[in-house]
Design a binder for this molecule. Structure first.
Ligand SMILES: NC(=O)c1ccc[n+]([C@@H]2O[C@H](COP(=O)([O-])OP(=O)(O)OC[C@H]3O[C@@H](n4cnc5c(N)ncnc54)[C@H](OP(=O)(O)O)[C@@H]3O)[C@@H](O)[C@H]2O)c1
Length: 159
């Protein structure tokens, strides 16, 4: 199973200056509940944003073209292969989401009802056109209105 989890503003912004654009405790709790005890896969820049510290109680794998070693994956095809045998959650950032979204079995999106000023990292929201919203829960936290939505792939034409 290949899942993705991300939080986006109304324009698809997910990052600013190498960090998240917001602090939303309920979203962090949601992120934890969806990733705990699973394999999390992230791009090298996201790992840097976590100060190269593993998220606890999850196997952390990093995607990089340059680094090698047990922790590193050099080819995105290996992420897809791994997900055939294990529960894998892609946790960012934009470069990785945008390349792997079409292969996801499920995408958890936290829609944050805001527009980030000077955001610099964007999820391609048109990728969600490949998916149907399967569930949605709305709440507020830290001054933000939130929608926790889960998307599943639309049936492929002819199937
Ligand atoms: N809102 C959210 O849900 C969320 C979640 C995660 C991250 N973020 C934010 O997103 C930003 C980081 O995202 P980003 O898009 O800049 O970077 P990223 O996707 O985290 O990492 C990019 C790096 O991944 C590696 N990579 C990309 N494509 C690859 C491929 N096809 N094969 C092998 N390696 C590949 C490269 O590493 P090398 O240079 O080492 O080759 C590349 O520099 C930060 O601001 C972070 O806080 C937000």
């Amino acid at each position: 199973m290949l899942e993705m989890i991300l939080a986006v503003d109304k324009n698809g912004c997910i990052g600013k200056s190498g960090d998240l654009p917001w602090r939303i405790p309920k979203d962090l709790q949601h992120f934890k509940s969806k990733t705990i005890n699973k394999i999390v896969v992230m791009g090298y820049s996201t790992w840097v944003s976590l100060e190269k510290k593993d998220l606890p109680n999850r196997k952390n794998l990093i995607i990089s073209r340059k680094k090698s070693g047990n922790k590193f994956i050099n080819d995105l095809k290996d992420v897809i292969e791994l997900s055939k045998e294990h529960e894998v959650v892609v946790i960012g950032g934009a470069e990785i989401y945008n390349q792997l979204a079409a292969h996801a079995d499920k995408i958890h999106v936290t829609h944050v009802d805001t527009i980030v000023d000077k955001g610099d990292t964007f999820f391609d929201m048109t990728l969600l056109n490949l998916f149907t919203k399967a569930s949605s829960t709305k709440m507020s936290d830290n001054g933000y209105d939130l929608e926790f939505a889960t998307y599943t792939p639309k049936p492929k034409k002819g199937s």
